[in-house]
Design a binder for this molecule. Structure first.
Ligand SMILES: NC(=O)c1ccc[n+]([C@@H]2O[C@H](COP(=O)([O-])OP(=O)(O)OC[C@H]3O[C@@H](n4cnc5c(N)ncnc54)[C@H](O)[C@@H]3O)[C@@H](O)[C@H]2O)c1
Length: 262
């Protein structure tokens, strides 16, 4: 019998941060893993080798740029060639840019919407038919607290992350009869390269060191003023893929130190 842990998983943006932690957790559980992100072929090959040796699972790598529909199709083709049809899709790749809406550059708006939101739609649209046919699948969208509440200077990011939660709910309803669940995870501050520029900016603007700036950044929003470790998100993805999570669908799960409880 096919076990959940035999199912191939595609994690977008898994060369760094949260995506890499998700890929590690799922490989540790025995899933064949498709790694993906903006890395060179040799960096990708080194990561694949490291995964195969450490976790003893099949692995592939693609550096497809998923800011376009064609790039998403390329990633699906690379994944199928390496591992067969992915039965678990984690839409994790994301980028950030901050500026007030009245000064927000058009190219940054398009870039954030295409990578953080449209890629999740294009990839899901390509992978859902096989999941539906097989009667099992998991789609997990890495949204953000900014999918639930707003912060200044994040017009594009908030629009994309709120949109991702809407997309999650629609796909959950449409596929509820096929053994497929679709959920969103909404992290607060997670310790990854994505938040570094924001810490550096506070350190510079307030002439304080990086540790003080990190505390300032996190404490300003989270009552529990502690960053989440990327592995915590990996473990939640693992939980959502297990059979006991079969009825969790259409949910948006905050992992945010109480940010959205206020
Ligand atoms: N770090 C946080 O505090 C935090 C909080 C909430 C939500 N998130 C979300 O979690 C996800 C991962 O964030 P992270 O902090 O691990 O970021 P990160 O910067 O560490 O990693 C981003 C990944 O996305 C890939 N990527 C970026 N643009 C791409 C493109 N055009 N094509 C292909 N791959 C691309 C990168 O190569 C990398 O692998 C994002 O969606 C982010 O919005 C992060």
């Amino acid at each position: 019998m096919q076990r959940n842990s035999d199912q191939p998983i595609l994690v977008t943006g898994s060369t760094s941060g949260i995506g890499l932690a998700i890929a590690r957790r799922m490989a540790e559980a025995g899933h064949p893993v498709m790694l993906h992100g903006l890395a060179t072929a040799s960096e990708g090959a080194a990561l694949v080798e490291e995964f195969q040796q450490r976790y003893q699972v099949s692995c592939g790598f693609s550096s497809a740029d998923i800011s376009t529909d064609e790039g998403c199709s390329q990633l699906v083709a690379d994944s199928r060639e390496a591992l067969g049809h992915p039965a678990v899709l984690v839409n994790n790749a994301g980028v950030q840019f901050t500026a007030p809406a009245h000064e927000f550059p058009s190219d940054q708006w398009q870039r954030i919407l295409s990578i953080n939101l449209s890629s999740a739609f294009f990839l899901s649209r390509e992978l859902l038919p096989n999941m539906r046919e097989s009667g099992w699948g998991r789609i997990i969208n890495i949204s953000s607290v900014h999918g639930l509440v707003a912060s200044e200077n994040k017009a594009a990011y908030c629009a994309a992350k709120h949109g991702l939660i809407g997309l999650t709910k629609v796909m959950a309803l449409e596929n509820a009869d096929c053994g497929i669940t679709v959920n969103a995870i909404c992290p607060g501050w997670v310790e990854t390269p994505l938040i570094q520029p924001q810490i550096e900016r506070i350190a510079q603007e307030e002439s304080i060191d990086m540790e003080q700036a990190r505390k300032r950044l996190v404490g300003a929003k989270q009552p529990l003023a502690q960053t989440t470790k990327p592995d915590a998100i990996g473990s939640l993805v693992h939980y959502l893929c297990a059979e006991h999570a079969a009825t969790i669908t259409g949910a948006s799960l905050p992992v945010d130190g109480g940010w959205t409880a206020q």
